[in-house]
Design a protein. Structure first.
Length: 222
């Protein structure tokens, strides 16, 4: 599960029925994420908040799918708890949850910590999150311990960055970037090409080294 590698295909049982993963993704982006266990407090908040923001993922052409090593019936029963706790989830629960009772997918997808990797009696996946592009390539991973819930705004932010830099391959997004902020122009872009690429203008920052490598612009659209 290294960046740029092809995420392996697999078949799985989910709360939305059986799937073949690559076929299910189709031509979409995908967020595949694991949680330690059903009927636990932090996981309830995570899956609930991601469900609330399903429309934002839809706008970006991103499918959502969760995974843990619990039984399918536990997933189904737990969904009622999630919807009761997060009352702003519209309609039915909007994305599937994979049942991985035998832990095969958790091992295959590197969703276990070192301590529990070989412990077959432990069904605790860590909070692993993978962003996968339409070519089934792993583009970003976030690995959190069981004790720390994830930030949905950050997940959306990095998707925006990935999709923007795929579209404009001569820019990168700086620390704390959000859509609308300045982006950084890659050092491989020559100064003489800037007016053609960014007709609305570029800002250049003078550095003590004298090297002209910090160039920014807001001339882009998502």
């Amino acid at each position: 599960m290294r960046l740029g590698s092809t995420v392996p295909d697999f078949k799985a049982s989910t709360t939305h029925g059986p799937i073949s993963f690559h076929e299910w993704i189709g031509s979409s982006w995908c967020v595949l994420f694991s949680h330690p266990a059903d009927f636990t407090p932090v996981c309830t908040t995570e899956l609930g908040r991601i469900a609330v923001f399903k429309g934002e993922f839809d706008k970006r052409g991103v499918k959502l799918i969760a995974l843990s090593c619990d039984k399918l019936k536990d997933h189904t029963d737990w969904i009622n708890d999630i919807k009761s706790y997060c009352r702003d989830i519209p309609g039915d629960f909007p994305y599937p949850i994979i049942s991985d009772e035998d832990r095969k997918l958790a091992v295959k997808l590197d969703m276990l910590d070192e301590q529990n990797r070989n412990n077959e009696e432990s069904a605790k996946t860590i909070r692993a999150l993978y962003i996968i592009d339409p070519n089934k390539k792993l583009r970003l991973s976030m690995i959190y311990p069981m004790s720390t819930g994830r930030n949905v705004d950050e997940i959306l932010r990095v998707i925006d960055s990935l999709q923007l830099t795929d579209k404009l391959q001569f820019v990168a997004t700086p620390a704390n970037w959000i859509p609308g902020d300045k982006v950084m122009i890659l050092p491989t872009v020559k100064d003489e090409d800037l007016p053609k690429l960014f007709p609305k203008g570029v800002d250049k920052v003078s550095m003590p080294s004298g090297q002209n490598y910090v160039r920014t612009t807001t001339d882009y659209t998502l």
